[in-house]
Design a protein around this ligand. Structure first.
Ligand code: CO8
Length: 257
């Protein structure tokens, strides 16, 4: 039996971990117990030498319909502040291994934000994104205003935050929030994770770190950072192996070190 009540975990392919949000009766609303389990699973897979890429998904009907409104509704400021309400959502950003979100159905509020915290989003044509918090008398709290503004720009971030309207997978692709639409989104996400897991894990993690710096700093600093990491990879076994394999016209065998 699983150690989790609100998520399912599996290893569907070599090097790949799958985390399925599983609170079907609440459309995968992200309750504190669910989030604790998600964080536990992410940290465990991040520490697991056998895992090199992860996929997070939900159900056909809902990736996640947001933070759990019933859990939040009676909270007051002092309780939210003192107990660092939802601050543990930031853990996902500390994970070194790549995380792909496979989104079908509702990805609203915190569900949309959870998807945007992942490194790559693939969406089914049925996906319904949105930041409806304004309709609850609040605003996004898991990065929605910031991540949409950085990727899609101010006008779209303002429109979505202030109207709370839903948006489609096609819109999300056109703004650059989602990399592509797929009819079999979970299969495609697992195939992408399998491809990533077939590369040198140390290079993959360095690549993720470098891309993320693009969101944190100036171009000059980002280019310097990228170059330093690039130089650093010449100290790895996988750089020697990858380049030797090319020169010898054979397939590289990664030691992930
Ligand atoms: N929280 C709690 N329960 C929920 C939630 C939710 N977010 N979403 C759905 N549910 C529950 C419903 O209450 C219902 O339960 P019950 O059967 O006991 O009444 C069950 O799931 C099924 O939902 P519906 O009957 O409403 O299903 P429909 O198909 O009619 O509608 C919708 C689907 C449109 C998705 C609708 O459920 C809905 O509008 N949900 C709320 C969406 C929303 O407002 N999300 C934003 C929440 S606020 C937020 O996410 C803040 C994030 C802050 C993150 C901070 C991180 C640091």
């Amino acid at each position: 039996t699983s150690q989790y009540q609100n998520i399912l975990t599996s290893r569907p392919a070599d090097g790949v971990a799958l985390i399925t949000l599983n609170r079907p009766k609440a459309l995968n609303a992200l309750s504190s117990p669910l989030y604790e389990e998600l964080n536990h699973a992410l940290a465990s897979f991040d520490a697991d030498e056998g895992i090199r890429a992860m996929v997070i998904t939900g159900s056909e009907k809902a990736f996640a319909a947001g933070a759990d409104i019933k859990e939040m509704k009676d909270k007051d400021f002092s309780d939210a502040f003192k107990n660092r309400f939802l601050e543990n959502w930031a853990l996902l950003s500390q994970i070194r291994k790549p995380i792909i979100a496979a989104v079908s159905g509702y990805a609203l509020g915190g569900g949309c934000e959870l998807a945007m915290m992942c490194d790559i989003i693939l969406a089914s044509p049925t996906a319904v994104f949105g930041q409806p918090e304004i309709n609850l008398g609040v605003i996004p709290g898991g990065g929605g205003t910031q991540r949409i503004a950085r990727v899609a720009g101010k006008s779209i971030a303002m429109e979505l935050t202030l109207t709370g309207r839903n948006f489609t997978a096609a819109e999300a692709v056109s703004w650059g929030l989602v990399s592509r639409i797929s009819d079999k989104v979970l299969d495609d996400a697992l195939a992408m994770a399998t491809t990533i897991a077939s590369k040198s894990a140390i290079a993959v993690q360095a690549g993720k770190e470098a891309v993320n710096v693009a969101y944190e700093t100036s171009l000059t600093e980002g280019l310097r950072y990228e170059r330093r990491i690039f130089h650093g990879l010449f100290a790895t076994r996988d750089q020697k192996e990858g380049m030797a394999a090319f020169a010898e016209k054979r397939k590289a065998t990664w030691s992930h070190s």
